[in-house]
Structures are given as C-alpha cells and as structure tokens.
Design a protein. Structure first.
Length: 104
C-alpha cells in the first residue's frame, strides 16, 4: 500500500512476528511527494510523526531491559518493507531520500 506508513520499536517485549509496539498512518501521495518523517527520541519516550502528525508514541509505563533498552546508542534504519498482501502488479518502487538530519 503506497499510501501507508508504519513505524515500530523492536525490543525484548516486541519482536519478530510478535511486534505490538507500532503505529500506522495513511498519507496521501506518500510515494509521489517528499514528506517530513520525524523520530523524536527522549529519555522518556519515542515519538514517530509524518508532516507533524504523530502516528505512534512509545512510552511504556514499566521501563526495564525488555521494554526500554533505548538508553544506549542504536542504528537508525530507513527501509521499504513489503508485506505479504502486496498487489501482484507491483514490480518495484525506489526509495528517494532528500536529506536526513540527526541532532541532539
């Protein structure tokens, strides 16, 4: 679904096929126009947004090694994930990134 954006956090309590910590957003022309994707990571929570609209906030009430391992350095992964129910006519689609800004 080219108008569908999702974000997830993977950790000891949510991984593999059991990922529960995720949010989704429908974005008109997500594949045809540039958008601003935001990951706001603080000591308390992680927030994901597109064009200023939050679609997922991860803020577990219990922060332990399984639910909150995010007090260490991590890699940022940007990718296109293809789900099993992809349109059979779909062949390929580029992921074009204008810029990435990382700051503290």
């Amino acid at each position: 679904n080219q108008d569908h954006v999702s974000s997830a956090v993977h950790n000891g309590s949510s991984y593999g096929y059991n990922v529960e910590n995720l949010g989704e957003q429908k974005i008109k022309e997500a594949s045809d126009q540039f958008h601003i994707y935001t990951l706001d990571w603080s000591a308390e929570k992680i927030r994901f947004a597109v064009d200023g609209i939050t679609h997922f906030e991860y803020d577990p009430s219990l922060k332990n090694a399984d639910t909150w391992p995010y007090d260490a350095d991590y890699y940022l992964i940007l990718n296109i994930a293809i789900e099993p129910d992809v349109d059979p006519k779909f062949i390929e689609s580029p992921m074009v990134v204008d810029y990435i800004r990382v700051y503290q």
